[in-house]
Design a protein around this ligand. Structure first.
Ligand code: AMP
Ligand code: MN
Ligand code: MN
Length: 346
C-alpha cells in the first residue's frame, strides 16, 4: 500500500460544504440550543477551537450555547486560563437534543465517548477537523487534512459568518494553532499558518505570556517525574526498518508518587522525540490496570497514523495515538510489529 498522497481524499472542504455550514449556523434562531463538543482528553486545539468558535457564535447573538467534552469535567492546568471557559459544562449538562451540534478536532466518533449520541439527536451535526483519518461522521463535514489545526478551519468558518476576531477569540485560536504546530516548528507550518497567526496577534494578544502559561509551566513534581521516566527510556536502533525507535512508559504509580495529574505527561513525548538515533518515538502512559494511552511521533520515515489506525486509534502521519492493552512491553511489541509495514517509501 502506498501512503496517502495529494488526491481527492486529501482535498479540503468544497464550496458546497462551506455554504452548508454557514447556512446551518446562520439560519438558526438566536434561542436555538447549540452544543459544542470536542474530543476526549481535550488538548489545546480541541479546546481552543471549540471555545474560540463558541465566543464567535456568542458575538453573532447565540444565546443558548454550551460546550463540553466526554469524560471527567477536568481540564489540564495550562488550559484553565482560556477565555470562554464559562461556556463549558460537565457532559451530563450538555443539551440532550440541540438544534445544532458542532464537533471539534475529533477524527472519529470513538473520540466522543457518550456524547456520540448528539450526532443523531441534534437537528444538524457539523464536524470541524483536520485529521487525514477523519471518517466524515457529521451531516456537514468541514475536514481539511492540509490544515495545521482545527482552529484553521474554525477561523475560516467564523470569517465566512462575518465574525470579527477580537482578543478573546484570538487567544483561544492562537493556543490551538501553537499547540498543533509545536509553536510553528512542525511541517504543517505553512504561509497560511503564519498569516493566521498575524491576524490573531493583531488583536493585541501577548504571545510570550500565552506560551509561557500553556507550554512552559509545570509543577516541580512533574519536572522530577519527567526525570525519572526519561531515565528509563529505551533505544531500539533496529526497529522501523533500521530507522530506530525510542520509547518510555509512565505508570499510575509514577503519577501518584510525584502527586501529579495525568495531563502533565502530555508534554513528555517532546522530551523523547528529540533522540537523534530514532525516527520513531513513543510514550506509553498507563490509564488503567492494563490500559495505556499511547503517543507516537515520527520524523518522516514512518507513517505513524497507519500504525495507530491498525491498533484502533488515529491521528496524523507524523503524530498519532491509540489505546493499548496488556503490559507496556506488550504494547511496544505490538507497535514494533507494525512499524515495518508503515514505512514511507522515499
Ligand atoms: P497525542 O500523542 O495524544 O498528542 O496525539 C497525537 C495525535 O494522535 C492527535 O492528533 C490525536 O488526535 C491522535 N490520537 C491520540 N490518541 C488517539 C486515540 N486513542 N484514538 C484516535 N486518535 C488518537
Ligand atoms: Mn487534538
Ligand atoms: Mn488538532
Amino acid at each position: 500500500m502506498t501512503p496517502p498522497g495529494p488526491g481527492a481524499a486529501d482535498a479540503g472542504p468544497g464550496e458546497a460544504d462551506w455554504a452548508a455550514a454557514v447556512a446551518a449556523v446562520r439560519d438558526l434562531p438566536a434561542d436555538a440550543p447549540v452544543q459544542l463538543i470536542c474530543h476526549v482528553n481535550p488538548d489545546g486545539d480541541a479546546l481552543g477551537s471549540m471555545l474560540g468558535f463558541g465566543l464567535g457564535l456568542r458575538r453573532l447573538g447565540a444565546r443558548r450555547l454550551r460546550a463540553t467534552f466526554p469524560g471527567p469535567h477536568e481540564l489540564p492546568e495550562p488550559l484553565r486560563g482560556l477565555p470562554g471557559l464559562d461556556l463549558l459544562v460537565p457532559e451530563e449538562d450538555a443539551y440532550a437534543a440541540p438544534a445544532l451540534v458542532v464537533c471539534f478536532d475529533a477524527a472519529s466518533e470513538s473520540r466522543l465517548g457518550a456524547l456520540v449520541d448528539r450526532l443523531t439527536t441534534a437537528g444538524t451535526a457539523l464536524v470541524l477537523d483536520h485529521h487525514a483519518s477523519n471518517t466524515r461522521f457529521g451531516g456537514i463535514n468541514l475536514v481539511d487534512p492540509r490544515a495545521a489545526a482545527t482552529s484553521v478551519v474554525a477561523e475560516e468558518l467564523l470569517a465566512r459568518l462575518g465574525v470579527t476576531l477580537d482578543a478573546e477569540i484570538a487567544e483561544c485560536l492562537y493556543v490551538a494553532l501553537t499547540t498543533d504546530t509545536g509553536s510553528f516548528r512542525f511541517e504543517a507550518t505553512t504561509p497560511a499558518v503564519h498569516e493566521l497567526a498575524a491576524r490573531l496577534l493583531a488583536t493585541g494578544i501577548r504571545p510570550g505570556d500565552i506560551s509561557r502559561r500553556v507550554f512552559d509551566t509545570r509543577p516541580f513534581g512533574a519536572v522530577r517525574l519527567f526525570g525519572e521516566v526519561l531515565c528509563r527510556a529505551r533505544l531500539d536502533p533496529g526497529a522501523a526498518g533500521g530507522h530506530g525507535l525510542v520509547w518510555t512508559y509512565a505508570t499510575l504509580d509514577d503519577l501518584a508518587r510525584h502527586d501529579q495529574r495525568p495531563y502533565v505527561l502530555e508534554a513528555l513525548i517532546d522530551s523523547v522525540r528529540c533522540t537523534a538515533e530514532a525516527d520513531v518515538s513513543c510514550v506509553v502512559k498507563q490509564v488503567g490496570a492494563a490500559e495505556w494511552a499511547v503517543s507516537m511521533r515520527s520524523k518522516g520515515a514512518v507513517d505513524v497514523s497507519r500504525v495507530a489506525v491498525t491498533l484502533g486509534g488515529g491521528g496524523h502521519r507524523f503524530a498519532a495515538g491509540f489505546t493499548g492493552r496488556g503490559t507496556a512491553d506488550e504494547v511496544i511489541a505490538a507497535i514494533r510489529a507494525e512499524l515495518d509495514k508503515a514505512l514511507i517509501e522515499a
